[in-house]
Design a protein around this ligand. Sequence first.
Ligand SMILES: C[S@@+](CC[C@H](N)C(=O)[O-])C[C@H]1O[C@@H](n2cnc3c(N)ncnc32)[C@H](O)[C@@H]1O
Length: 380
Amino acid sequence: MRDRFEIVVPTLFGLEAMVGRELYRLGYDTKRTENGRVTFDGDYDAVARANLWLRCGERVLIKAGEFKAETADDLYEGTKAIEWERFIGKGNAFPVKGHTTRSILASDRNSQIMIKKAVADRLCRKYGCERMPETDTEYQIQFTIIDNTVTLMIDTTGAALHKRGYRAKSNLAPVRETIAAAMVMISYWKFEEPLWDPFCGSGTIPIEAAMFKRNIAPGLLRSFAFESFSQIDKDTVRDIRDEARELMHTDVTLDITASDIDPAAVELTKMNARTAGVREFIKVSRCDARKIMPDKPCGSIITNPPYGERLGTVEECRRLYRDIGKSFADLDRWSFYILTSQEEFERDFGRRADRLRKIYNGMLKCNLYQFYGNKPKRKK
Ligand SMILES: C[S@@+](CC[C@H](N)C(=O)[O-])C[C@H]1O[C@@H](n2cnc3c(N)ncnc32)[C@H](O)[C@@H]1O
């Protein structure tokens, strides 16, 4: 699997640095970080590892080419000049999708048609056929045209990476798995300390926390588009998956609690945790977040309360924030990491965050408010 290329990992806005850090831990240096994407150099081995291990990235794309285009002709010629036969075989399907932003070529649909035609023309000439049959394995082509720069990529992921495979059913307003993982990784939670999500919903944050600390590769439960690519050596992929199973930490003790006021959410969390293989590490109970009583002096609350967008009214949410602001005030050695889109959150909670980080949950701008617990007083 030695063919090398640039690999692009699209991310939710705000998670680029987290993905860069994850890539570094996997042994890859970031080449470029832009809004919503991180690029690095790699081969098919890197494609397999990135898909299997990235907790905060949305997908893994092979960059086929990049060029400037201001006219339909530029787009056609630039696309046709790319060595598509390096990736796409004679029988492979190659649907095209993408979008344009701040560019002269402003139509997504027209750009998509032009790119499809240029790739088809190139491949027909290379393979000596009149039209491509497109009956075999799919290589999804994705394009972006941003500020007149066309980037053409091949998707290796399939269903986006946040679809881990453990959350078959979900409640009304689940946070994306990639954001939940980022919240845990951003926090200073140490695994000998307790972690509590008092608004657990479908359990995403506690599950991602347990998977992270047990070093469970987030992609172990699912398959990826690249696994049917002809360039992929099946034995290597099997070895990478086997290695991931061996790298799981089996000897960790975790103190993770998930609670929610809604009994259906409690059951859902239990079911999802079981599917993810981390049920035994998470205590799940029904409880009003305003009344939680941790029995340890310090720990981390990492949570995503209702924000009045999809659950409850804004006024109800603000009252809830005021209530938890008062009840959490007693937990002075606990740290809180709270994700919400409500701009007034600090005022309602009654405390200014020590740190604030913008994260986009899709199109919804949220803030991760970080409040650090007091350090224990030194004995004189
Ligand atoms: C935005 S959702 C959390 C989603 C969750 N992070 C997930 O990934 O599924 C908010 C949750 O808060 C719960 N909730 C609302 N009021 C509550 C309260 N007073 N105490 C505990 N849970 C509450 C709701 O039942 C809902 O499951």
